[in-house]
Design a protein. Sequence first.
Length: 439
Amino acid sequence: MQQPWSIYLLAIFMLGLDSKLVGQAFQPEFAEPLMNITIPVGRDATFRCLVQNLGGYRVGWVKADTKAIQAIHVHVITNNHRVAVSHNGPTVWNLHIRSVQEEDRGQYMCQINTDPMKSQIGYLDVVVSPDFIAEETSGDIMVPEGGTARVSCRARGMPEPRVMWRREDGADIVLRESNGIKTKVAVYEEEVLTLNKISRSDMGAYLCIASNGVPPSVSKRIIIKVHFHPVIQVPNQLIGAPLGTDTTLECYVESSPKSINYWVRDSNEMVISSSKYEVMNTVISSFESRMALTVRRLTEEDIGGYRCVAKNSLGETDSLIRIYEILGPTVRNTSPVTRRGDLKYSTPIEDPDEQFGSAERSDDEDETTDVTDRLQYQTRNRTVQHTTNSAHEQKLSNKVRKISNKFEIKSGFETNSCCRVHSYNLHIAILVLNFYAYN
Ligand SMILES: *[C@@H]1O[C@H](CO)[C@@H](O)[C@H](O)[C@H]1NC(C)=O
Ligand SMILES: *[C@@H]1O[C@H](CO)[C@@H](O)[C@H](O)[C@H]1NC(C)=O
């Protein structure tokens, strides 16, 4: 609270009166300047005024900006109960401010009541560590893919805090401007982070950190979720296996929010784990998972189509995988040339030992007289490889190539559209391939 002028004047008058009684052999002098103090709010501050030859003069303290008298000699004048004074002999005069508050910030003057008055000034700076302003700081958000996510973090503190953003996983923040320019930064220094045309790869935890040099800095974790329709990728849409073996089908799903994933047979019967089937869902990331279905001891009834289905609140998608029968190694040994056995499918990106088709390749390598003709086409980003391996099947192979080329064009055209259409086309292509293989 401000001191009334009357008390200020009265105090000066009293000081003056005292000094005249004592006389002035030596003039008092300040022995050193008042130190400036920088202190976090809540702590205690002490100004120390060093005076030589004080004699009969008195030392007083005034808050220079408000002119409020804090203390005279050993008496506290202000009614701020956090202020106290102490001294050590006639030389060391202290002004104590307990539990410093922001309103205590300012200039403090140590005065000696000489005529004219002598004084020196020290500055009390009160600093405040950063703190988020709750109303202006975002919580977790969800945005549809392609939309805009805008998150803000505002902090108070003294000095004014700096706010920066980074991704918790250490990946770069991708900033897309409306003119299409894309920049990647590890750290973004603004209070508001705007992610335009947001993509699923932008999904994750973002940290906003506010700091102003006064510890502790504060950080807030904001999760940005990107929602999109589920998408399925199938590395291998045709699986050849001999009866009696175990066969695994797999689908890769991207979905947010997380999808419910399941398998159905072409009869629309749902496939659930049993002695026949093993159904497995493996989480790869916050929005990616792998679906695997193992069909044990393949029988005639198991030949056919299996659809992996992924469903979330935004929609549903599925993809078809077909199991077809090929003759097992023991059968092949007795009749090496069978047309069906000559068309094999493998997925080079997979561990070759996991795929029956690839495991068979060693048989082919033994047949040194074979002419090997490999056809490749892309299913989305994955490669499916056909191998035909006998010279007198070259004609068939040429037919296959033609169909494959046709398919490649279609497939290439559709890589961006949904996989449902894609798998449908593949299905058609497979039927045609099978037709030529059998004829
Ligand atoms: C205190 O700060 C002021 C500026 O605010 C400066 O002029 C003065 O020299 C400082 N005093 C000391 C003792 O450093
Ligand atoms: C797709 O292929 C490109 C080029 O071969 C590669 O850089 C990229 O990582 C692949 N993407 C996936 C999802 O496999």
